[in-house]
Structure formats: C-alpha cells, structure tokens
Design a protein around this ligand. Structure first.
Ligand code: SF4
Length: 246
C-alpha cells in the first residue's frame, strides 16, 4: 500500500493525510480535478447523507453529495472503499435519519444521464481489506480496466467466495461440531463458531484468503465469528452480531 501511494500515485486530495487545510485544501482538490480531468482515480470513503439534498454534511460550504458528484464527473475510475462508502454502512443503519447511502446511490442519476462514465468498484468491509483496495487500483493501472465485478459491483477475484468457503474451522462445521461459548473446550479445539453468531456463510470477502496485518490473522483464527461487515445492511442484520444465522 505504501509503495503504491508513494511511488505510483499522486495523492492530490485527502481530508486527513494532506498537509493543506481550509481553503487551500479545497483549492487543491479543485485544481487536481481540472488538471487531471478524465484521468484520475477517485477513492470515496464514508457514507454520503442524501437527505435534504445532501445539506446535512458540508465541507467548505459544499455538501458531501455535491463534492463527490463533481469529482466523479472527471474520474477515470471510482473506487468506493468501506461498507459506508459502498452500501451506506453504519450511517445508513435504521432509522437512517440523514438518508445516508453509498457512492452508487449518490451517483446513480448522473450515471444514467451519462455524466459519470467511470466504472464504480465497490470494496466493502468495516474496515476494507487494504490489499483488496490496492489490488483493484493496481489491476486498473496494469490492464486499463477494472477486474470482473459481481452484481454488487464487487471485484470477483476478492469477493467471489464467502469467508466460510475457506475458513479453517470449516472441517468442524462439516462434521457438525460447534462451540457453544467462546471459552469452552470446543472453541479451544477450533470448532465452528456458527452457534455463536458467525456470519461467514453469507459474507463475501477475502478475509480468510488475504487475511489481515500482513497475513497474520483474521477473526476466526483468533476465536471470534465473522460479523458480516462487508455485506449490505450488516449493522441491522436480523439476530444482531451474536444471533444465529440458522
Ligand atoms: S466459524 Fe463461521 S465461517 Fe468458519 S466454518 Fe464456522 S460458520 Fe463458517
């Protein structure tokens, strides 16, 4: 990730990482759009309040909705990172008072009018897997196109399988051996965590294959079930985090 940012890309605008602030920051973004129109990668992070015309979230006097729409018009590629930017995430949890949505929700009208031509790739996850974000951008820089996408605009090479498909606890699932508490004998032996609320069977992500922290671990390795954070509406899922799926 560091090599991509430092050696391959020019990070012209970022709320947190840029040195500029205030008017200088907003000017840097507008200048970058003009200078690179049609050629830049737009990475969107965070849910977008769509209610009241976007007026519930503003930066420098402009709504987040206006800023993302304006930036999207000149982009060559749009990558929505995180479950908030892809599906609305926690800001869109019921009762969703700001009518928050994801990037596609914010851009749908412009896409249908042909004002936004760039492909939109969704990389959900709370947080999203860094290697997946990097992989999408590197694929685009290498091949000049986006990887194959599924019906939720997620890159199939990373979201083509559920975390359950490749889980190391899967052999126990297949034998019907389930832990009944996080500290019982079965949990210590690596039994499946389905009865403790694991959402792995219905969650598509690369956690079990790419893993986290430079391939160190991921939830089911460390004894916790999957929360399903990469799926739409995961926060409002029936049963909550620890309710059984089936
Ligand atoms: S722990 Fe979760 S992901 Fe792993 S086998 Fe059991 S249900 Fe599937």
């Amino acid at each position: 990730m560091e090599a991509l940012i430092f050696d391959q890309l020019s990070l012209d605008y970022h709320h947190v990482l840029q040195a500029a602030a205030g008017t200088a920051a907003e000017t840097a973004r507008d200048d970058a759009i003009k200078r690179n129109y049609g050629k830049y990668v737009l990475i969107v992070d965070g849910g977008i309040p769509l209610g009241q015309g976007g007026a519930l979230s503003t930066t420098g006097g402009k709504s987040g909705l206006e800023i993302v729409r304006n930036a999207a018009r000149g982009a060559a590629l749009i990558v929505a990172v995180g479950t908030c930017a892809t599906f609305g995430g926690i800001p869109a949890a019921a009762p969703n008072p700001t009518e928050a949505g994801g990037t596609l929700d914010a851009l749908r009208e412009l896409i249908s009018k042909g004002e936004v031509k760039a492909p939109v790739v969704n990389v959900p996850g709370c947080p999203p897997v860094p290697e997946v974000m990097t992989g999408v951008i590197v694929y685009f820089l290498t091949y000049g196109k986006v990887p194959p996408l599924d019906d939720l605009q997620r890159p199939i090479p990373f979201f083509g399988r559920t975390v359950h498909d490749d889980c190391p606890r899967r052999p126990f699932y297949d034998q019907g051996l389930y832990a009944q508490s996080f500290d019982d004998e079965g949990a210590r032996k690596g039994y499946c965590l389905k009865d403790l609320g694991c959402k792995g069977p219905t969650t598509f992500n690369a956690c079990t294959t790419v893993k986290w922290n430079q391939k160190t671990s991921f939830p089911m390795y460390s004894g916790h079930g999957c929360l399903g954070c990469a799926q739409p509406k995961f926060w409002d899922r029936e049963g909550g985090f620890y309710g059984k799926l089936f």
